[in-house]
Write a protein that binds this ligand. Structure first.
Ligand code: GLY
Length: 511
């Protein structure tokens, strides 16, 4: 099977790595890929232009299965185009991808589905928006409606901050057409969590919870980024509460999309805040999170290709931890197509996402299948090493070293995922804002942190920084923080870009 992964980040490297372990022995193309995917799979140039050019590429390369890592091809209709061409593609149709592509659409669906979320208002008119934020008299989140490379949400402590954000989006067009409409939402406090599920129609398979660290600097300070580190599982969301949260935040959305005539397929990622008033959805994404994906896939023990193919084909219902599974002639057919004899064995770990007393946890009426996800009990933790200045302008072209030493430090427990790198004449060079995701397994969060930060210390990369507090509350409680490493002396000013040398322009991709 020839698989095409679209994207160039750490998430795409992690997908290529894990898909490459499939018993199917797929031929994996990554377009455009990075220095890591060049070694793990085959990179290909992504054709410039829209979905038509992409479809020409897919046909020319005889691709059997398309996996868009990023949201843009999904929002632009790659799944719909593949369906018309008879090519299997993982993800939601363009209409459903608007859950990420339009924040006002996501809010409309949440309201219709009865999903708990912060109070909000949507504006196309600047004067009306300014009046609203001045009258609201409370901390707000000002969100550009469209895709803004992860930079379109501005937290405003007071009315003046909110007005400045509105001006930037609606008058100065900082995010182009994406900011012509804005969503203004009440800011909510609590513990943020990423809950992802593989979904098809009304069936979902929950992945373990993960915790992202979106701010650039330690202590959750500095600007928002695509994510500076993540870990899984996340103790703040115990496994026995995940089913309840999926019932609040995911199943109603799947039902609503079906009611609207576009059943959802692919990853549904709920960004949640666990507040004193219960869980509230901050946003939906329609693809794997980055760097959550790197932490999750370190823990994944099954055949990811089989699982993703099943999801795209609508065969998830046979998975023992699929919620909402119904036995139908169609799913029985799917199961026959996907099952392998040796796969007929019970899952070795408790399926995540179901309360012990959930009747669906029994797996009654479902088949046991190898393509149901299984997870190591260990904790995985990913530390992103970024180019100084990220998420603003940053330098490119620095040589990246020490990757092999980092991975050899605790054999089998550490993987350095490339993000903004290129392989050039036998060397790896930095080419993006987030350069590497150093990811480690440990018996618990503490050990995963120790392994990850020890491996980070092996990396040689000038003009770089990383957060020292991934999994920070545990680090703080223990009264220790990882020390400075050789390549990156204590430079808390680095992400603000103070005193840094001349920089290349930001690529604006949020990577
Ligand atoms: N890590 C956040 C995201 O992928 O959107």
């Amino acid at each position: 099977m020839r698989v095409l992964i679209i994207g160039s980040g750490g998430r795409e490297h992690a997908l290529a790595w894990k898909l490459g372990q499939s018993r199917e022995k797929p031929d994996i193309l990554v377009a455009p890929g990075n220095g890591g995917t060049a070694r793990e799979a085959r990179n290909a140039d992504l054709p410039p232009g829209g979905i038509d050019r992409l479809m020409e590429f897919i046909r020319a390369h005889k691709v059997d299965f398309v996996i868009p890592g990023t949201e843009l091809p999904l929002v632009n209709g790659i799944v719909d185009a593949c369906a018309r061409a008879g090519v299997l593609c993982f993800g939601p149709a363009a209409y459903a991808a608007r859950l990420e592509g339009s924040k006002s659409f996501a809010k409309e669906i949440m309201r219709e589905a009865g999903v708990p979320t912060a109070d909000f208002a949507v504006f196309n008119d600047y004067a009306a928006a300014e009046k609203y934020v001045r009258d609201r008299k409370r901390p707000l989140a000002v969100k550009a409606d469209g895709l803004a490379a992860g930079k379109g949400v501005i937290m405003a402590a007071g009315a003046e901050d909110a007005v400045a954000a509105l001006r930037g989006m609606m008058l100065e067009k900082r995010f182009g057409p994406a900011g012509e409409t804005v969503v203004v939402e009440d800011a909510i406090a609590g513990e943020e969590i990423s809950l992802l599920a593989l979904c098809h129609d009304e069936t979902l398979v929950l992945l373990p919870a993960a915790r992202d660290h979106k701010r650039a600097l330690d202590g959750d300070n500095g600007p928002n980024t695509g994510g500076m580190g993540a870990y899984s599982p996340a103790p703040v969301l115990p496994e026995n509460r995940m089913g309840e949260i999926a019932a609040l935040a995911m199943r109603p959305v799947l039902k609503t999309m079906k009611k609207r005539g576009v059943p959802y397929s692919g990853v549904l990622y709920a960004g949640l805040m666990l507040t004193a008033d219960g869980p509230k959805v901050l946003e939906y994404n329609v693809r794997f999170g980055d760097p959550e994906c790197q932490a999750l896939l370190m823990r994944f023990k099954g055949d990811l290709l089989e699982l993703m193919v099943d999801c795209a084909r609508g065969c998830l219902s046979g998975a023992p931890n699929a919620v909402g599974a119904q036995r139908t002639p169609q799913t029985d057919d799917c199961a026959r197509g996907c099952l392998r004899d040796e796969a007929l064995r019970p899952s070795s770990t408790t399926p995540p996402g179901l309360a012990p007393n959930d009747p669906e946890a029994s797996g009654e009426g479902t088949a046991s299948r190898v393509c149901s996800p299984q997870w190591t009990e260990e904790t995985a933790l990913c530390v992103v090493v970024a180019a100084e200045g990220y998420p603003g302008g940053y330098r490119k072209g620095m040589t990246v070293g020490g990757i092999e030493a980092a991975e050899a430090r605790v054999p089998g427990k550490i993987k350095v995922f490339h993000a903004g790198t290129v392989a050039e004449r036998g060397e790896i060079r930095a080419s993006g804002g987030r350069v590497l995701g150093v990811t480690a397994l440990g018996a618990d969060l503490r050990e995963a942190q120790e392994h990850a930060y020890a491996a980070v210390a092996d990396i040689r990369l000038e003009h770089a920084f990383f957060r020292r507090d991934i999994g920070g509350r545990v680090l703080k409680a223990a009264g220790s923080m990882p020390g400075a490493c050789g390549f990156c002396p204590e430079r808390p000013d680095a992400a603000r870009g103070e005193g840094r040398p001349p920089l290349a322009d930001s690529n604006g991709s949020g990577t």
